[in-house]
Design a protein around this ligand. Structure first.
Ligand code: SAM
Length: 236
């Protein structure tokens, strides 16, 4: 946790917050070992960042005087379309996506996504939000990506994708295809990343038909959770 994220319900006044949940209390007590008078880096969910001076500390609650000094780092102008990963990876990927500043995430079905993945409790709004918060706290940012799910590949690609990519650079990360993924792009990007087994040729064709350019990352095939930060590092 490189920033203590504060929520509306923590704020008792505009500049006073009380933290009472076990997770943040435990972190501040046992990892940061913070003492009264010390300052912690804080941010307001969807707001600015600054510091919180510790006013009172107990096992049940921590009170902070909050000073917001600057805007949080802005999200990357990126919509990531990601074939739904297996539940265990989904948790980590949600965190990574929030840490790296992705603006929008669309979790999409694909032929090689196992049907059972859609049943995972990790896809509930609460669980997704929990992972995004962990990612923001890691990255020191405050704005979580919007996350939507599309359980049907064909209607999404045929009815929505064309409009989504309009006026934006659209890239499909696909091993051994097209040029090397570009570096330092300007403007908005839509990036599609496949499932562990990759998109099948039919899906690749459908995505390319919407104006996507295939790009690769070199000779090595990366796991999805490695490919994403690698791609973002190159693009932005
Ligand atoms: N056997 C699969 C294939 O050839 O498509 C490998 C899939 S890979 C584990 C999962 C996803 O990560 C891919 O669909 C792609 O989006 C991305 N990826 C991984 N390594 C990549 C590379 N070297 N170039 C481009 N994309 C890559």
């Amino acid at each position: 946790m490189n920033l203590v994220l504060l929520f509306d319900e923590d704020l008792v006044h505009a500049n006073r917050a009380i933290i009472q949940d076990e997770r943040r209390l435990k972190h501040i007590h046992t990892v940061l070992r913070a003492r009264v008078g010390e300052r912690l880096k804080v941010g307001l969910l969807n707001g600015g960042i600054g510091y919180g001076t510790l006013i009172e500390i107990s096992a049940e609650a921590i009170q902070l005087e909050v000073t917001i000094e600057q805007p949080a780092p802005p999200p990357l102008p990126l919509t990531l379309i990601l074939a739904l990963p297996r539940p265990k990876m989904l948790r980590r990927i949600l965190q990574t996506v929030a840490t790296c500043g992705v603006q929008e995430l669309i979790l999409l079905n694909s032929y090689r996504v196992e049907k059972s993945y859609w049943q995972t409790p990790r896809l509930t709004e609460t669980e997704i939000h929990r992972q995004l918060i962990l990612g923001l706290e890691q990255g020191g940012a405050t704005q979580p990506p919007t996350v939507t799910v599309r359980k049907r590949f064909k209607p999404f690609v045929e009815d929505e994708l064309g409009a989504l990519v309009k006026g934006r650079q659209a890239l499909l990360a696909h091993p051994n295809s097209g040029p090397l993924c570009p570096k330092n792009t300007a403007g908005e990007v839509v990036l599609a990343v496949g499932p562990e087994g990759g998109f099948i040729p039919y899906e690749v064709e459908k995505i390319l038909a919407c104006g996507f350019q295939p790009v690769h990352l070199g000779a090595r095939i990366l796991r999805v959770e490695t490919a994403i930060p690698f791609l973002l590092g190159r693009l932005f």
